[in-house]
Ligand binder design. Structure first.
Ligand SMILES: Nc1ncnc2c1ncn2[C@@H]1O[C@H](COP(=O)(O)OP(=O)(O)O)[C@@H](O)[C@H]1O
Ligand SMILES: Cc1cn([C@H]2C[C@H](O)[C@@H](COP(=O)(O)O)O2)c(=O)[nH]c1=O
Length: 180
């Protein structure tokens, strides 16, 4: 298997659904741990939840140290990280170092770009070090494949606005550029 992979796409492209499917497939052969950073509140506490209704228990972490002790305690062979765009770049680098020095495999699931079209810092680092990049697409309202996310709410200059599901829309490149 690949040490580091990044499954990325806009909001509502099925990233969490894919993570849950991967968990069941990988669990037949490996000790798999599912985590997400505490900053995101889209899923209920202690779970990752897809909009397709499926959900899975996970560990929620607030620091690199907490993440490392979760992994040590469970003897993790494969780590699945949801909402990876929110990881501090240092946490990403720690996981990459760990995968070089051990047999650990890490799959990151997250957004590549924010609603302004800028690449999240964590996603840039993950992309740089991944051996496998896998884009997912959602459906734009015009019918084309969507790779960007549009935000229609009040941002006040912030790019981290968790939740607000009804104000985020996956859009294709054409519709994204039209709205800029
Ligand atoms: N209201 C909805 N909006 C978008 N997708 C939905 C909705 N309800 C169900 N779905 C299903 O959920 C999937 C997206 O779910 P999710 O795993 O939460 O995506 P992501 O983690 O990329 O945001 C879609 O592929 C679709 O099948
Ligand atoms: C585009 C974008 C999204 N967010 C937030 C909104 C949600 O809480 C997550 C993404 O969740 P999903 O599992 O991919 O549906 O990220 C943000 O803070 N800033 C953005 O630009």
């Amino acid at each position: 298997m690949t040490p580091i992979s990044f499954i990325y796409g806009p909001m509502k492209s099925g990233k969490t659904a894919r993570l849950i499917g991967d968990f069941y497939a990988l669990s037949e052969h490996y000790k798999v741990t599912v985590v997400r950073p505490s900053i995101d509140t889209r899923s209920p506490d202690g779970y990752v939840k897809s909009r397709n209704g499926s959900e899975l228990q996970c560990k929620v972490f607030a620091s690199t140290d907490q993440l490392l002790s979760i992994m040590n305690a469970s003897g993790t062979e494969v780590l699945l990280v949801d909402e990876a765009q929110f990881l501090p770049a240092e946490t990403v680098k720690q996981l990459i170092r760990l995968s070089l020095n051990t047999a650990l495999q890490v799959r990151f699931y997250g957004l590549m770009t924010d609603y302004l079209g800028n690449i999240f810092e964590a996603s840039e680092t993950i992309t740089k070090f991944s051996q496998k990049l896998e884009p997912l697409f959602a459906n734009c309202h015009c019918g084309k494949p969507a790779q960007f996310t549009q935000f229609t709410g009040e941002s006040n200059g912030r790019t981290i606005i968790v939740g607000h599901d009804e104000e985020y829309f996956p859009v294709c490149t054409h519709c994204f550029l039209e709205a800029c």
